[in-house]
Design a protein around this ligand. Structure first.
Ligand code: ADP
Ligand code: VHF
Length: 372
């Protein structure tokens, strides 16, 4: 088996997606409480003071809206969607009370992340919010996403958000200490696994369903999320959000639950993705100043350094970046071929006038660019 029962490992992180399950928001299965969120909010505050960045993925809309719509028996899908609509605002108000900096709501469906234009917009929005020290709080758009409410879960959403947000860490806060070798609610002798290096079939087979009335996926969706994150160079932690000691340990760089190691480094994962999963749709020639900025400063590519644009491509497509006869880098363009041709060589402040609309001031953001 590829797992081990060891002493807690230490770990470091810089940008985390923290996923908070319904059980922590609504411990009684309905309404919204702060009981289990205070210690987490303090941890987030302290982490931000150290310059770390956090995106929250918060469940709990359905549970938070449940007592506004008393019904007999199991709610129908439409009733759950209505509960989510009521509960989402309550849940956001609950979070806002815990932070002394602004919070922002982002509601997503899986379809939004699959659509290239929407994906780019989500990415840019997250980037801007983080740059302005605002904490994005993401949830599924339950009221519009039929199949998401039926099959969707915020653990897998958390992994996708970690990818879009370029996070190095996914922390899943739940009501259990981590991954056990059997569901601890049913097996009192179950052992906690502190470190998992490969989310193999053996590991997947350990997962049972949700133990609470409000949780959606149980341990299985957490393992799916960890697998996805790991394949993209992101580490995942499952921690018990019911225990304040979890956050104290995290604050000291210790792992209080289960740590899933990334399968490869983030830069390698990104390089593989850009190199092998995406076919370049165009070519840019850049000048020596831009080459210098990319290579020595890891800077974004500005329109001013672009000498020529070749190919038919849309915003979001991969482009090769050349300097003379040297293939330097691959990156995702923020503009389509026509717009990039119009703004090549221009100063960033001229972009709006040239295109006729306000847009990005870089052509390829440094996070979307790998040097070869
Ligand atoms: N192997 C396992 N190890 C730990 N917990 C497990 C395991 N299998 C199933 N579970 C259950 O998963 C639950 C957590 O998932 P869930 O109820 O969906 O929480 P959340 O609302 O935080 O997503 C635990 O309370 C536990 O009963
Ligand atoms: N989007 C739903 C929660 C879905 C979900 O995955 O819940 P959970 O298993 O508690 O993380 C809501 O806000 O109620």
């Amino acid at each position: 088996m590829s797992h081990s029962i060891e002493q807690p490992n230490s770990f470091t992180w810089q940008r985390a997606v923290i996923k908070v399950g319904s059980a922590l928001i609504a411990p009684d299965g309905q309404g919204c409480r702060t009981e289990h969120l205070l210690a987490l909010a303090q941890f987030i505050n302290a982490s931000r003071r150290q310059g770390k960045e956090v995106v929250l993925v918060s469940s709990g809309a359905v549970a938070a809206g449940r007592n506004a719509m008393p019904i007999d028996g199991k709610p129908t899908l439409a009733q759950k969607q209505a509960m989510a609509a009521v509960g989402q605002t309550r849940m956001m108000a609950n979070w806002a009370r815990l932070f002394d900096f602004p919070t922002a709501q982002i509601l997503l469906t899986h379809g939004d992340i699959r659509d290239r234009d929407r994906y780019l917009n989500i990415k840019s929005t997250l980037r801007e919010l983080l740059a302005h020290q605002i904490i994005p709080i993401v949830n599924e758009n339950d009221s519009v996403a039929t199949e998401e409410l039926k099959f969707g879960d915020n653990d897998n959403l958390g992994a996708l958000v970690a990818l879009v947000a370029e996070a190095d860490t996914l922390m899943i806060c739940t009501d259990v200490d981590g991954l056990y070798d059997a569901d601890p609610r049913k097996n009192p002798g179950a052992q906690l696994l502190t470190s998992v290096s490969d989310v193999s079939r053996d590991i997947m087979a350990l997962a049972g369903g949700s133990g609470s009335t409000v949780g959606t996926g149980g341990m299985l969706t957490k393992l799916q999320a960890a697998k996805k994150a790991s394949a993209n160079g992101i580490q995942t932690l499952i921690v018990n959000g019911h225990k304040t000691s979890s956050y104290a340990a995290l604050g000291q760089g210790q792992v209080p639950g289960t740590l899933f190691h990334p399968a490869l480094s983030r830069s390698k994962a990104k390089k593989q993705w850009l190199r092998h999963s995406l076919k370049a749709k165009g070519k840019l020639q850049i000048d020596s100043g831009a080459r210098q900025a990319l290579v020595t400063r890891g800077a974004s590519l500005l329109p001013v350094g672009i000498l020529s644009v070749e190919g038919h491509f849309a915003a979001g497509d991969a482009l090769e970046i050349w300097h003379d006869s040297e293939l330097l880098a691959i990156g995702l363009s923020l503009f389509d071929a026509d717009d990039l041709t119009s703004i090549k060589g221009a100063q960033s402040q001229q972009v709006e006038a040239l295109l006729g609309y306000a847009s990005h001031d870089v052509a390829i953001h440094r996070d979307d660019l790998v040097l070869l």
